[in-house]
Design a protein around this ligand. Structure first.
Ligand code: HAM
Length: 387
């Protein structure tokens, strides 16, 4: 028997999946976001240049291969890079009017599968281009918070700032000299990152590294005037919207394109893979991918991670219709069509006994069964049973 690949799952009649999609879409559209769909397969270089050569995603986790034309392509590991590529390709960067997109779809990362960590998973994301105000970051966070509120999901929001091209390099130098001094005590990954991407050491999960990095210089203590004032405004904005948050000075995120604001929504009810949404500002990314300098900010929610946190009202709904005799079927199909204008109607085309029909209606969680036999067909009235 051929089975689905490890870390990949079928989603079968899962109401939670569609509920998340519907809710997220509704909230994003209420904030003025428009739908964008980009290809699942992209040139590998797109992710190397955006997510970053030193990131785990690009280094270890991409489904990368040569297509029949010899092109180096890969299944997208995340949504932002493709949306930015499309933004530039369609010349939205030349117009310089803000553009806001939402998207939903599968992403692929060759990770070690475990609870909440899949190789194919789905993200709902939004990306906003052309607005450098930090209040746009507040609004972006508000979109995610609204989606979680509507889905009745409790969260902890963590925020940080990574600074800009002015203050980040200076901070990096400070961090690198701290890391060099402690190099021998750091894990292999961190040692490698000292030169490749030193700030990624800050979110190392290794406990002995964490003990050392506790004392590392923090970016939020080294922000330039502008980044510091924006970080203050971010906090004020979140307070004004009554969105509670914590500052996490080690929140650097696993993708290299971030500048200034970074954030993550965490759930305490789903185990080790607790990040349910991640995002931040990426003011240099459009330029890095060949477009005109355009600020950007966005987030992505991991759908599979929040599925277990969703409560679906399992109240009975809809009508089940069934026939006791073959001759009643055309009548049933016609009536089902009429009733379907008002509500969900399932018409069973197999002839069954009354008992079997009622059992099926009960199992299908319908609230009412309408059954037609010889007598009903003559009188034009249903045998009706509330379930
Ligand atoms: P990310 O933090 O890599 O960010 O992913 C966002 C969310 O996707 C995570 O918080 C998590 O819920 C979910 N996720 C990630 N990997 C997996 C996995 N292997 N299995 C299940 N769920 C997973 C991004 O992807 C950025 N593109 C977000 C962004 C948009 N930043 C700016 N705009």
């Amino acid at each position: 028997m051929i089975k689905a690949l490890r870390g990949m799952k079928d989603i079968i009649e899962d109401k939670r999946f569609l509920k998340i999609y519907d809710t997220a879409r509704e909230v994003a559209e209420s904030y003025g976001y428009g739908y964008i769909e980009t290809p699942i397969l992209e040139e590998t270089g797109l992710f190397k240049r955006s997510v970053g050569e030193s990131s785990d995603i690009v280094n270890k986790e991409m489904y990368e291969f040569k297509d029949r034309g010899g092109n180096d392509v890969c299944l997208r590991p995340e949504g932002t890079a493709g949306v930015v590529r499309s933004f530039i390709e369609h010349k939205f960067d030349r117009v310089q009017t803000p553009k806001r997109f939402w998207y939903f779809g599968p992403m692929f990362r060759y990770e070690r599968p475990q609870k909440g960590r899949l190789r194919e998973f789905h993200q709902f994301g939004i990306e906003s281009f052309g607005e450098s105000s930090v209040y746009e970051d507040v609004l972006i966070i508000a979109v995610a918070a609204d989606i979680f509120k509507k889905l009745n999901i409790d969260f902890t929001l963590k925020i940080n700032s990574l600074g800009c091209e002015k203050c980040m390099p200076e901070y990096k130098n400070k961090l690198v000299s701290f890391l060099e001094k402690n190099k021998d005590k750091l894990c292999e990954d961190c040692q490698r990152r000292i030169n490749q991407n030193p700030i990624r050491t800050l979110d190392c999960k290794n406990s002995s590294c964490q003990a050392i990095l506790k004392n590392a210089p923090k970016i939020t203590d080294n922000l330039c005037e502008n980044c510091l004032s924006d970080f203050e405004k971010l906090k004020e904005g979140l307070n004004a919207l009554k969105i509670p948050f914590e500052i996490d000075k080690h929140l650097v995120r696993g993708l290299d394109y971030y500048t200034k604001t970074t954030f993550e929504f965490i759930s305490n009810s789903i185990g080790a893979q607790s990040a349910i949404c991640g995002g931040g500002r990426y003011d240099r990314l459009v330029e890095m991918l060949g477009g005109k300098p355009t600020p950007g900010v966005g987030f992505a929610i991991g759908i599979e991670r929040i599925m277990d946190l969703i409560y679906i009202n399992s109240e009975r709904n809809g009508i089940y219709m069934g026939a006791l005799i073959q001759e009643a079927l055309p009548f049933i199909l016609k009536k089902a069509n009429e009733l379907r204008r008002e509500e969900k109607v399932f018409a069973e085309v197999k002839i069954k006994s009354l008992k079997a029909h009622l059992k099926a209606a009960d199992k299908g969680n319908y609230k009412k069964a309408l059954i037609v036999g010889e007598d009903e067909l003559k009188s034009g009235k249903f045998f009706e049973k509330e379930l």
